[in-house]
Design a protein. Structure first.
Length: 372
Protein backbone atom coordinates (compact mmCIF):
# COMPACT_ATOMS: atom_id res chain seq x y z
CA UNK A 1 0.00 0.00 0.00
CA UNK A 2 2.96 2.33 0.57
CA UNK A 3 3.22 4.07 -2.79
CA UNK A 4 6.03 6.54 -2.32
CA UNK A 5 5.43 10.07 -3.52
CA UNK A 6 5.91 10.73 -7.21
CA UNK A 7 6.84 14.45 -7.40
CA UNK A 8 6.73 14.55 -11.20
CA UNK A 9 3.21 13.09 -11.30
CA UNK A 10 2.06 15.51 -8.58
CA UNK A 11 3.63 18.49 -10.38
CA UNK A 12 1.86 17.50 -13.60
CA UNK A 13 -1.49 16.92 -11.87
CA UNK A 14 -1.49 20.28 -10.08
CA UNK A 15 -0.44 22.09 -13.27
CA UNK A 16 -3.34 20.43 -15.14
CA UNK A 17 -5.89 21.92 -12.69
CA UNK A 18 -4.52 25.38 -13.46
CA UNK A 19 -4.61 24.65 -17.22
CA UNK A 20 -8.24 23.52 -16.88
CA UNK A 21 -9.17 27.01 -15.69
CA UNK A 22 -8.35 27.32 -11.98
CA UNK A 23 -6.49 30.66 -11.49
CA UNK A 24 -4.28 29.23 -8.74
CA UNK A 25 -3.96 26.29 -6.36
CA UNK A 26 -1.40 24.81 -3.98
CA UNK A 27 -1.03 21.60 -2.02
CA UNK A 28 1.02 19.51 0.36
CA UNK A 29 1.14 15.71 0.26
CA UNK A 30 2.84 13.59 2.91
CA UNK A 31 3.78 9.91 2.89
CA UNK A 32 5.52 8.94 6.12
CA UNK A 33 8.57 11.21 6.23
CA UNK A 34 8.29 12.25 2.59
CA UNK A 35 6.73 15.66 1.88
CA UNK A 36 5.82 17.17 -1.49
CA UNK A 37 4.62 20.77 -1.77
CA UNK A 38 3.47 22.28 -5.03
CA UNK A 39 1.70 25.29 -6.48
CA UNK A 40 0.41 26.27 -9.93
CA UNK A 41 -1.03 29.47 -11.34
CA UNK A 42 -1.54 32.93 -9.90
CA UNK A 43 -2.68 34.53 -6.66
CA UNK A 44 -3.74 37.67 -8.53
CA UNK A 45 -4.93 37.50 -12.14
CA UNK A 46 -4.29 41.23 -12.68
CA UNK A 47 -0.62 41.27 -11.63
CA UNK A 48 0.32 37.65 -12.34
CA UNK A 49 1.75 37.24 -8.82
CA UNK A 50 2.21 33.47 -8.41
CA UNK A 51 0.63 31.31 -5.71
CA UNK A 52 3.06 29.55 -3.35
CA UNK A 53 2.56 26.43 -1.24
CA UNK A 54 3.04 28.35 2.02
CA UNK A 55 0.17 30.82 1.55
CA UNK A 56 -2.49 31.33 4.20
CA UNK A 57 -6.00 30.56 2.96
CA UNK A 58 -9.65 30.58 4.01
CA UNK A 59 -10.48 26.88 4.40
CA UNK A 60 -14.25 27.06 4.97
CA UNK A 61 -15.98 24.10 6.57
CA UNK A 62 -12.73 22.38 7.54
CA UNK A 63 -13.41 24.64 10.57
CA UNK A 64 -16.09 22.11 11.56
CA UNK A 65 -13.50 19.47 12.46
CA UNK A 66 -11.87 21.95 14.85
CA UNK A 67 -15.23 22.84 16.45
CA UNK A 68 -16.26 19.18 16.74
CA UNK A 69 -12.90 18.32 18.39
CA UNK A 70 -13.40 21.15 20.91
CA UNK A 71 -16.87 19.84 21.81
CA UNK A 72 -15.51 16.30 22.22
CA UNK A 73 -12.83 17.55 24.61
CA UNK A 74 -15.64 18.92 26.76
CA UNK A 75 -17.48 15.59 26.46
CA UNK A 76 -14.32 13.89 27.78
CA UNK A 77 -14.16 16.25 30.75
CA UNK A 78 -17.82 15.58 31.60
CA UNK A 79 -19.09 19.09 30.83
CA UNK A 80 -21.14 18.01 27.78
CA UNK A 81 -23.12 14.83 27.15
CA UNK A 82 -22.94 13.68 23.55
CA UNK A 83 -26.45 12.25 23.75
CA UNK A 84 -27.86 14.93 26.05
CA UNK A 85 -30.66 17.11 24.62
CA UNK A 86 -29.51 20.58 23.60
CA UNK A 87 -32.41 22.03 25.64
CA UNK A 88 -30.42 21.16 28.77
CA UNK A 89 -27.76 23.71 27.76
CA UNK A 90 -29.44 26.24 25.46
CA UNK A 91 -33.16 26.28 26.34
CA UNK A 92 -33.71 29.75 24.89
CA UNK A 93 -32.17 29.07 21.47
CA UNK A 94 -34.04 25.88 20.56
CA UNK A 95 -37.66 25.84 21.78
CA UNK A 96 -38.50 23.24 24.40
CA UNK A 97 -40.05 20.26 22.61
CA UNK A 98 -37.67 20.51 19.72
CA UNK A 99 -34.69 21.14 21.98
CA UNK A 100 -35.63 18.05 24.00
CA UNK A 101 -35.49 15.91 20.84
CA UNK A 102 -32.18 17.25 19.45
CA UNK A 103 -29.00 15.92 21.06
CA UNK A 104 -25.48 17.35 20.89
CA UNK A 105 -24.48 14.44 18.63
CA UNK A 106 -27.27 15.32 16.16
CA UNK A 107 -25.87 18.84 15.86
CA UNK A 108 -22.34 17.56 15.15
CA UNK A 109 -23.45 15.01 12.52
CA UNK A 110 -26.17 17.15 10.89
CA UNK A 111 -29.15 14.95 11.85
CA UNK A 112 -30.91 17.64 13.95
CA UNK A 113 -33.43 18.51 11.23
CA UNK A 114 -32.56 22.20 11.68
CA UNK A 115 -32.60 24.16 8.43
CA UNK A 116 -29.67 26.04 6.91
CA UNK A 117 -29.81 29.78 7.72
CA UNK A 118 -27.74 30.85 4.69
CA UNK A 119 -30.60 31.41 2.21
CA UNK A 120 -32.29 33.62 4.83
CA UNK A 121 -29.17 35.63 5.65
CA UNK A 122 -28.22 35.82 1.96
CA UNK A 123 -31.61 36.04 0.18
CA UNK A 124 -30.32 36.19 -3.40
CA UNK A 125 -28.73 32.75 -3.03
CA UNK A 126 -32.20 31.16 -2.65
CA UNK A 127 -32.04 27.48 -1.66
CA UNK A 128 -28.30 27.49 -2.28
CA UNK A 129 -27.06 26.35 -4.60
CA UNK A 130 -29.31 24.65 -7.15
CA UNK A 131 -32.09 26.86 -8.36
CA UNK A 132 -32.21 28.55 -11.73
CA UNK A 133 -33.03 31.87 -10.05
CA UNK A 134 -30.04 31.94 -7.70
CA UNK A 135 -27.87 35.06 -7.89
CA UNK A 136 -24.78 36.52 -6.23
CA UNK A 137 -26.09 39.99 -5.15
CA UNK A 138 -26.15 39.07 -1.44
CA UNK A 139 -22.42 38.32 -1.51
CA UNK A 140 -21.73 42.01 -2.20
CA UNK A 141 -24.47 43.26 0.14
CA UNK A 142 -22.87 41.44 3.09
CA UNK A 143 -19.14 41.86 2.44
CA UNK A 144 -18.85 43.98 5.61
CA UNK A 145 -21.94 42.87 7.55
CA UNK A 146 -21.41 41.83 11.17
CA UNK A 147 -23.96 39.06 11.81
CA UNK A 148 -25.10 38.24 15.34
CA UNK A 149 -24.86 34.44 15.68
CA UNK A 150 -28.05 34.22 17.72
CA UNK A 151 -29.94 35.95 14.91
CA UNK A 152 -28.54 33.48 12.37
CA UNK A 153 -29.49 30.58 14.66
CA UNK A 154 -33.01 31.99 14.91
CA UNK A 155 -33.28 32.03 11.10
CA UNK A 156 -32.38 28.34 11.00
CA UNK A 157 -34.58 27.37 13.95
CA UNK A 158 -37.69 29.25 12.73
CA UNK A 159 -37.32 28.02 9.12
CA UNK A 160 -39.30 24.89 8.21
CA UNK A 161 -37.58 21.76 9.59
CA UNK A 162 -35.65 19.72 7.03
CA UNK A 163 -36.04 16.41 8.87
CA UNK A 164 -36.94 14.83 12.20
CA UNK A 165 -34.28 14.87 14.93
CA UNK A 166 -32.04 11.82 14.55
CA UNK A 167 -33.63 10.85 11.23
CA UNK A 168 -31.43 9.94 8.27
CA UNK A 169 -30.37 11.02 5.84
CA UNK A 170 -29.53 14.19 7.72
CA UNK A 171 -29.19 17.50 5.90
CA UNK A 172 -25.90 19.42 6.16
CA UNK A 173 -26.62 22.70 7.96
CA UNK A 174 -24.35 25.40 9.35
CA UNK A 175 -27.06 26.19 11.93
CA UNK A 176 -25.88 23.11 13.85
CA UNK A 177 -22.34 24.42 14.24
CA UNK A 178 -23.43 27.90 15.32
CA UNK A 179 -25.32 26.16 18.13
CA UNK A 180 -22.20 24.14 19.02
CA UNK A 181 -20.28 27.41 19.44
CA UNK A 182 -22.97 28.72 21.81
CA UNK A 183 -22.78 25.39 23.67
CA UNK A 184 -19.00 25.69 24.06
CA UNK A 185 -19.39 29.22 25.39
CA UNK A 186 -22.07 28.08 27.83
CA UNK A 187 -19.95 25.29 29.36
CA UNK A 188 -16.45 26.84 29.20
CA UNK A 189 -17.28 30.42 30.17
CA UNK A 190 -15.14 31.68 27.30
CA UNK A 191 -15.96 32.31 23.65
CA UNK A 192 -15.86 29.35 21.28
CA UNK A 193 -13.12 31.11 19.30
CA UNK A 194 -10.91 31.51 22.39
CA UNK A 195 -11.54 27.93 23.48
CA UNK A 196 -10.81 26.46 20.04
CA UNK A 197 -7.70 28.64 19.66
CA UNK A 198 -6.25 27.55 22.99
CA UNK A 199 -7.30 23.90 23.10
CA UNK A 200 -7.29 22.81 19.47
CA UNK A 201 -5.17 25.18 17.33
CA UNK A 202 -2.43 25.79 19.92
CA UNK A 203 -2.55 22.21 21.23
CA UNK A 204 -1.80 21.01 17.68
CA UNK A 205 1.08 23.51 17.40
CA UNK A 206 -0.43 25.26 14.37
CA UNK A 207 1.43 28.54 13.85
CA UNK A 208 -0.34 29.81 10.74
CA UNK A 209 -3.94 28.95 11.69
CA UNK A 210 -6.50 31.29 13.23
CA UNK A 211 -10.16 32.14 13.59
CA UNK A 212 -9.95 35.72 12.28
CA UNK A 213 -11.56 38.67 14.04
CA UNK A 214 -11.44 41.07 11.08
CA UNK A 215 -12.20 40.80 7.35
CA UNK A 216 -8.60 40.41 6.19
CA UNK A 217 -6.34 37.41 5.63
CA UNK A 218 -3.04 38.37 7.30
CA UNK A 219 0.24 37.31 5.74
CA UNK A 220 0.94 36.05 2.22
CA UNK A 221 -2.31 34.89 0.61
CA UNK A 222 -4.15 34.63 -2.67
CA UNK A 223 -7.11 36.64 -3.84
CA UNK A 224 -10.31 34.55 -3.86
CA UNK A 225 -12.30 34.50 -7.08
CA UNK A 226 -16.02 33.75 -6.95
CA UNK A 227 -17.73 32.85 -10.25
CA UNK A 228 -21.17 31.95 -8.79
CA UNK A 229 -21.99 29.44 -11.53
CA UNK A 230 -20.78 31.76 -14.28
CA UNK A 231 -22.97 34.65 -13.13
CA UNK A 232 -19.95 36.69 -11.98
CA UNK A 233 -17.92 36.97 -15.18
CA UNK A 234 -15.03 37.56 -14.87
CA UNK A 235 -14.93 36.09 -11.34
CA UNK A 236 -14.63 38.72 -8.59
CA UNK A 237 -12.23 38.81 -5.62
CA UNK A 238 -13.85 38.16 -2.20
CA UNK A 239 -10.66 37.67 -0.17
CA UNK A 240 -11.58 40.64 2.05
CA UNK A 241 -14.77 39.50 3.77
CA UNK A 242 -16.46 39.66 7.16
CA UNK A 243 -16.76 35.98 8.09
CA UNK A 244 -19.18 36.49 11.00
CA UNK A 245 -21.80 34.61 8.95
CA UNK A 246 -19.91 31.36 9.60
CA UNK A 247 -17.40 31.71 12.47
CA UNK A 248 -17.46 28.22 14.11
CA UNK A 249 -18.68 26.63 10.87
CA UNK A 250 -16.39 28.10 8.25
CA UNK A 251 -14.15 31.07 9.11
CA UNK A 252 -10.80 29.35 9.73
CA UNK A 253 -7.63 30.62 8.01
CA UNK A 254 -4.85 28.04 7.68
CA UNK A 255 -2.09 26.63 5.44
CA UNK A 256 -1.86 23.26 3.71
CA UNK A 257 1.04 22.32 6.03
CA UNK A 258 -0.97 23.21 9.15
CA UNK A 259 -4.00 21.26 7.90
CA UNK A 260 -1.91 18.13 7.38
CA UNK A 261 -0.31 18.58 10.80
CA UNK A 262 -3.74 18.98 12.42
CA UNK A 263 -5.35 15.90 10.86
CA UNK A 264 -2.19 13.89 11.55
CA UNK A 265 -2.37 14.76 15.24
CA UNK A 266 -6.14 14.26 15.38
CA UNK A 267 -5.94 10.73 13.96
CA UNK A 268 -2.99 9.96 16.26
CA UNK A 269 -5.25 10.65 19.27
CA UNK A 270 -3.36 13.81 20.31
CA UNK A 271 -6.24 16.31 20.09
CA UNK A 272 -9.07 14.14 21.42
CA UNK A 273 -8.88 10.72 23.08
CA UNK A 274 -8.97 7.48 21.06
CA UNK A 275 -12.54 6.84 22.25
CA UNK A 276 -13.62 10.32 21.10
CA UNK A 277 -11.92 9.67 17.77
CA UNK A 278 -13.94 6.45 17.48
CA UNK A 279 -17.12 8.50 17.97
CA UNK A 280 -15.96 10.98 15.32
CA UNK A 281 -15.60 8.08 12.85
CA UNK A 282 -19.14 6.73 13.40
CA UNK A 283 -20.98 7.88 10.28
CA UNK A 284 -24.57 8.44 9.17
CA UNK A 285 -25.90 9.36 5.71
CA UNK A 286 -26.15 13.14 5.24
CA UNK A 287 -27.17 15.13 2.15
CA UNK A 288 -24.48 17.72 1.39
CA UNK A 289 -25.11 21.27 0.20
CA UNK A 290 -24.30 20.05 -3.30
CA UNK A 291 -27.19 17.58 -3.02
CA UNK A 292 -25.00 14.45 -2.75
CA UNK A 293 -25.52 11.85 -0.02
CA UNK A 294 -22.28 11.33 1.91
CA UNK A 295 -21.35 9.39 5.05
CA UNK A 296 -20.70 11.95 7.79
CA UNK A 297 -19.20 11.40 11.23
CA UNK A 298 -18.64 14.00 13.95
CA UNK A 299 -17.00 16.80 11.96
CA UNK A 300 -15.18 14.26 9.77
CA UNK A 301 -16.13 12.25 6.73
CA UNK A 302 -14.56 9.33 4.85
CA UNK A 303 -13.45 9.12 1.22
CA UNK A 304 -12.77 5.71 -0.22
CA UNK A 305 -10.35 4.83 -2.96
CA UNK A 306 -9.99 1.68 -5.04
CA UNK A 307 -8.36 -0.89 -2.73
CA UNK A 308 -6.44 1.80 -0.86
CA UNK A 309 -8.40 1.96 2.37
CA UNK A 310 -10.33 4.89 3.77
CA UNK A 311 -9.24 8.51 4.07
CA UNK A 312 -10.77 10.79 6.72
CA UNK A 313 -11.03 14.55 6.59
CA UNK A 314 -13.20 17.46 5.50
CA UNK A 315 -13.62 19.90 2.65
CA UNK A 316 -14.63 23.53 2.74
CA UNK A 317 -15.66 26.45 0.57
CA UNK A 318 -16.01 30.17 1.18
CA UNK A 319 -16.90 32.91 -1.29
CA UNK A 320 -14.11 32.47 -3.83
CA UNK A 321 -11.97 29.89 -2.05
CA UNK A 322 -11.89 26.26 -1.11
CA UNK A 323 -9.81 23.52 0.45
CA UNK A 324 -9.82 19.77 1.04
CA UNK A 325 -7.77 17.90 3.64
CA UNK A 326 -7.64 14.09 3.93
CA UNK A 327 -5.57 11.52 5.84
CA UNK A 328 -5.47 7.75 5.34
CA UNK A 329 -6.94 5.79 8.23
CA UNK A 330 -3.48 4.42 9.11
CA UNK A 331 -2.16 8.00 9.28
CA UNK A 332 0.60 7.34 6.74
CA UNK A 333 -0.61 9.29 3.70
CA UNK A 334 -2.04 12.82 3.74
CA UNK A 335 -3.03 15.58 1.39
CA UNK A 336 -4.25 19.16 1.73
CA UNK A 337 -5.23 21.16 -1.35
CA UNK A 338 -6.31 24.84 -1.58
CA UNK A 339 -7.97 26.51 -4.61
CA UNK A 340 -8.65 30.19 -5.29
CA UNK A 341 -11.88 30.01 -7.30
CA UNK A 342 -15.30 28.60 -6.47
CA UNK A 343 -18.50 27.58 -8.29
CA UNK A 344 -16.89 27.46 -11.73
CA UNK A 345 -19.64 25.17 -13.07
CA UNK A 346 -22.28 27.00 -15.09
CA UNK A 347 -25.90 25.93 -14.52
CA UNK A 348 -28.04 24.24 -17.15
CA UNK A 349 -31.63 25.35 -17.77
CA UNK A 350 -32.90 23.27 -14.82
CA UNK A 351 -30.40 24.88 -12.44
CA UNK A 352 -28.00 21.92 -12.29
CA UNK A 353 -24.24 22.46 -12.52
CA UNK A 354 -22.69 21.36 -15.80
CA UNK A 355 -19.42 19.43 -15.98
CA UNK A 356 -16.25 21.52 -16.27
CA UNK A 357 -12.66 20.42 -17.08
CA UNK A 358 -11.59 21.62 -13.60
CA UNK A 359 -13.70 18.83 -12.03
CA UNK A 360 -11.81 16.02 -13.77
CA UNK A 361 -8.43 17.71 -13.25
CA UNK A 362 -9.07 18.07 -9.49
CA UNK A 363 -10.29 14.47 -9.22
CA UNK A 364 -7.05 13.35 -10.88
CA UNK A 365 -4.94 15.48 -8.51
CA UNK A 366 -6.74 13.98 -5.49
CA UNK A 367 -6.24 10.47 -6.88
CA UNK A 368 -2.50 11.00 -7.48
CA UNK A 369 -2.13 12.65 -4.06
CA UNK A 370 -3.96 9.94 -2.14
CA UNK A 371 -3.07 6.79 -4.05
CA UNK A 372 0.08 7.58 -6.04
Amino acid sequence: MGNLLDPAALDAAIENVHRAGMPGLFAEVRDGDQVWRGAAGVADVATGRPVTAGMRHRVGSITKTFTAAAVLQQVESGQIGLDTPISRYLPRLVPKERGDAITVRMLINHTSGLAEYLPYAYPSLKAFPYLPDTGPQSLDDHRHTWFDPTELIEMGVTAPAVGTPGGTPGLYSNTNYLLLAELLEQVTGTTAEQYITRNVIERAGLRDTELPTGPYVDGPHSLLYEAWFGMIDPPRDYSVYNMSWAIPAGSLISTVADLNRFYGMLLAGKIVSPSSLAQMRRTVPVVSQEGKTIDYGLGLYPMEGPGQGIFWGHGGTVWGGGALAMIRADGKRQMAVAVNMQRWNRLDSSGRPQAHPIDDALATLYRVAMYG
